[in-house]
Design a protein around this ligand. Sequence first.
Ligand code: FE
Ligand code: ZN
Length: 510
Amino acid sequence: MAVKKRLNMRKRYELLTRGLAWEPSYQPREKVFPYEDFEGIKITDWDKWEDPFRLTADSYWKYQAEKDKKLYAVMDSFAQNDGFLNVSDASYINALKIFIQGVSPLEYQAHRGFAHLARQFAGEGAQIACQMQSIDELRHIQTQIHTISNYNKYFTGMHDPFHMHDRVWYLSVPKSFMDDARTAGPFEFITSISFSFEYLLTNLLFVPFMSGAAHNGDMSTVTFGFSAQSDESRHMTLGLGIIKFLLEQHEDNVPIVQKWMDKHFWRSYRLLGIVSAMQDYMLTESPLSWKEGWKIYFEDNAGALFNDLSRYGIKMPKFHEVATAEADHLSHQVYSVFYAFSHAAGFQTTVPSAKKMDWLSEKYPDTFDKYYRPRWEMWAEMEKEGKRFFNGGLPLDCQVCQIPMVFTDVVNGNPMKPTHRVSEYKGDKYHTCSDGCRDIFENEPEKYVQALVPPQQIFQGNCGGETIPDVLNWYHFAADDGGEYHGSTDEKNWKKWHGEQSDSGSQEKA
Ligand code: FE
Ligand code: ZN
């Protein structure tokens, strides 16, 4: 009797991912995969695609189900034991508001983007990898909604994040980033999301939020973070895999890929400006500073990676040295915008505490005391006099990254000099925040002139009305979602729950 031979993993994976499709006979191949040569990328042999994980569908489902079981057990016990009372401080919850408003909707768009790739790539190995990532991203947004919905019962700002994401001024920063990738061709999308964002920079998003959650007693968020992290390592491997595949397929792909890396590195980096502000200012306890994270996760890691890629003729992304020079300034500049405009935001801000300012002085010895502390002290003084500073105007936003013009010429040693740039296209002027964003604009002006830039839309009357309350209403912001943290509903409730002070005036949310 013949013994049935068991197939090894590699063989089984090959059977799963090779030779499943067919050569189309009654339609030409270009019509079946219309996006494949749309961007000028040349693929000579899809079978050269190597998926290093070789995950089969049944092991994928088993593994993910195991993780979900653990995660939902933690979430349940967190909810039943009023775990929200054990976070470091109610002000910490502002980090979660930014997460659910700004990051979670990107997970859903990533889900859709990878589903599109799974259909449009002609190679079966690539189709399977993209399909699994698409399902991962859907799971990410679901677990994030489930985790954060518990906080939504007790805190402001988390009641309508998807509506907010599509309309709110600061959320157009993440939204426009993802829209840019989603409206590009499939190879540019995967270079943007899988390589520039996930492979190169994901730790700069992930570590601050998840180890930030751990440092602030938020075990529920830590758990969804870990549950997503093991998917993330698969996504990062896909990111590097696709880049090497493209570079090895044809030498004509090299300059195209380099251009995409340059563009999406800069766009991803600008998006992370929001994370830098959250990490350095909004976390009650910060595990590491933006500058430290940039050194570890970009400077040290990217150096080795790009050394390896140099054999294909690939160079470090353009303007990486600007990003590195900005590490000393980024969070201070971005959080000052949040502080000054938080009356129109879905989270609260406040002047950093004395303890926090000392931490910032220690982490930013060359810049904080010299450039940023004096302004915080002035704003603290104004608040004490009952004149909490809010900027009553509307900022001028960058046409590409959509961040207000706060960046300065730090790379040339002029931190007080703005880097606002102006380009002309068909007789109109367009404003960008930096050489990085200007380059992106000028490479594809016909794309970026269509950008929906929130302050301009408000001035044109497209955002619910002429006054700030009209606009906030159109955003679906409640009256106590934004503004100053001290005296906010969240702070009052927090004190009451912890028996710290009687607050007769507090409006209870839950
Ligand atoms: Fe994800
Ligand atoms: Zn910009």
